[in-house]
Design a protein around this ligand. Sequence first.
Ligand SMILES: Nc1nc2c(ncn2[C@@H]2O[C@H](COP(=O)(O)OP(=O)(O)OP(=O)(O)O)[C@@H](O)[C@H]2O)c(=O)[nH]1
Ligand SMILES: [Mg+2]
Length: 227
Amino acid sequence: MNEIETITKMYEKIPFDIVDEVLAIDGGSTDGTIKFYREKMKINKKLRLLIQKHRGRGVAFLIGAKHATQENIIFFSPDGNENPYDILKIKQELEKGYDLVIASRFMKTAQSDDSDDPVRVRKMGNLFFTTLVRLFWQIKIHDAINGFRGIKKEKLIKLNQDATEHEIEFQMTIRAAKLKYRIKEIPTLELERIGGARKAQTWRMGIRFTKFFLKELFKGKKFLSNR
Ligand SMILES: Nc1nc2c(ncn2[C@@H]2O[C@H](COP(=O)(O)OP(=O)(O)OP(=O)(O)O)[C@@H](O)[C@H]2O)c(=O)[nH]1
Ligand SMILES: [Mg+2]
């Protein structure tokens, strides 16, 4: 959403040759992103554009999940943080049979982008919520929150997700852990955000994540019968 500066640089790096389709889910951009995609779609038949009726990163994920037609889905956000070369690595792990593959910023050889977070509040928050997931659902994981990840579509549907904002990937990890999915992490080097404005507000996110954690704790596996 409103990432035109990055999209123009990132588009050429998307490995269209190794994927069957690319769904661009737009949150109602007003900076020319939609026009950019429409132009590209004229010459790239693998690309489809879907525009959200309601805002929210979670909403975008849910639309992508619903409209994707292939067995494996990889979520990629074009704000410059995520390294498109890792798309191949995620794909390979899914093809090995893992249900959920997370690009982790906190493994030994990984790196998170803290350039706009000098006191590391967000990093601490990420590690705190990841520790909660490790403790409560007994999975060995280093980064429960990064949105750069892949999952089997059939497994994703089973999670019955309803998070509308940035908690979407946190909820996905928790529910995958509850169902004992085969989870694999690969180390990633998070790059600096390019242009655009950050949509997430740190403290607001912290409160939302805490509420979500508690909700998931009490919910157990009841989400399975929500359908
Ligand atoms: N389609 C869509 N994308 C969104 C929405 N909200 C955020 N995004 C995208 O999700 C990605 C990450 O969101 P940000 O809010 O920038 O959060 P962040 O990545 O934690 O912030 P930075 O650390 O500054 O990169 C970006 O590519 C955003 O454009 C939305 O409502 N719809
Ligand atoms: Mg980002």
